[in-house]
Design a protein around this ligand. Structure first.
Ligand code: F3S
Length: 281
């Protein structure tokens, strides 16, 4: 059986950078150390950090109770208000926001200050989208579906600035922008989808189109892994979504043909390698 592993599978630049920053704090002994939300959607990495004394803050309220320590902001980024809170509490801030996400914060802040109405194409429940929203000084509309795009109305007639969640599906983004554009508002479109995501999605599509079976590895909460799964499933009916090797039912793999493997941005290399080895047996 042939096994093809996507070259773009696994940690992207922003996630690798964020995880490294936390390990750096551990090495430098900057205790107590907290991450604002799990640093990545990967239990084994979060558990390892926990053993090394890194605590995960689940809510803003928990952050509010701190009186000392280091707070690491993860690659998804946060709303402006959280920076203000960390500073008011005199906590040590380590900002691991991915530079591509930071760029969106700056666009949203600048364009909203100019009076633009901000539209974010993305999942309203995703922390990255909530963070982006928190940099606008004007009301924000979040659009995820075609129905929402159809219903969208720019009531105040100000120019509309459209940005995207970095991990949003490229084709879906274009489709939603096309729907909004038909309304003939004054629109600025900034495609802020990260190229790492686009490349991973394109490669996953190519591999799954030629595979007899496709395995997508990543956390169940990871939106970029969910999107990869959707893309692969369209091309290859036999697509499986697993978090670790334990979830892989080797009996469901074909005995001949080609198995493709890809993984979301929060999947460490060792998990990808384990799955690859298992498929090769
Ligand atoms: Fe950054 Fe792109 Fe990864 S935005 S966190 S490099 S998916």
């Amino acid at each position: 059986m042939k096994v093809v592993v996507a070259k773009t599978a696994g940690f992207c630049f922003g996630v690798r950078r964020a995880v490294e920053k936390v390990y750096e704090q551990v090495k430098n002994g900057c205790h107590p150390i907290y991450t604002y939300g799990p640093i990545i959607h990967n239990e084994s990495v979060v558990d390892d950090l926990q053993k090394k004394g890194v605590h995960v803050l689940q809510t803003r309220e928990e952050l509010e109770t701190l009186t000392e320590g280091t707070v690491v902001i993860r690659s998804h980024g946060v709303e402006r208000e959280i920076y203000d809170l960390i500073s008011r509490k005199h906590l040590h801030l380590v900002d691991a926001t991915c530079p591509y996400v930071k760029k969106i914060h700056k666009i949203v802040e600048r364009e909203s200050q100019k009076g633009c109405e901000i539209v974010i194409i993305g999942n309203p429940n995703h922390p990255e989208v909530q963070g982006i929203k928190g940099w606008s000084v004007t009301p924000v509309t979040i659009i995820e579906t075609e129905e929402e795009a159809e219903k969208y109305e720019n009531l105040n007639k100000n120019p509309v600035c459209i940005v995207s969640q970095t991990t949003f599906n490229y084709n879906k983004f274009n489709k939603l922008v096309e729907i909004i554009s038909k309304k003939r508002y004054d629109i600025i479109v900034l495609n802020t989808i990260c190229s790492a995501t686009e490349e991973r999605q394109t490669e996953a599509k190519q591999i799954s189109a030629a595979a007899d079976c496709m395995i997508v590895i990543g956390g169940k909460q990871s939106s970029n892994t969910q999107k990869l799964f959707e893309i692969c499933k369209k091309e290859c009916e036999n697509t499986y979504y697993i978090q670790t090797l334990d979830d892989l039912d080797a009996t469901s793999l074909p005995s001949m043909g080609c198995v493709g493997i890809t993984a979301g941005a929060s999947t460490p290399n060792n998990i990808i390698e384990e799955v690859q080895k298992k498929c090769q047996i």
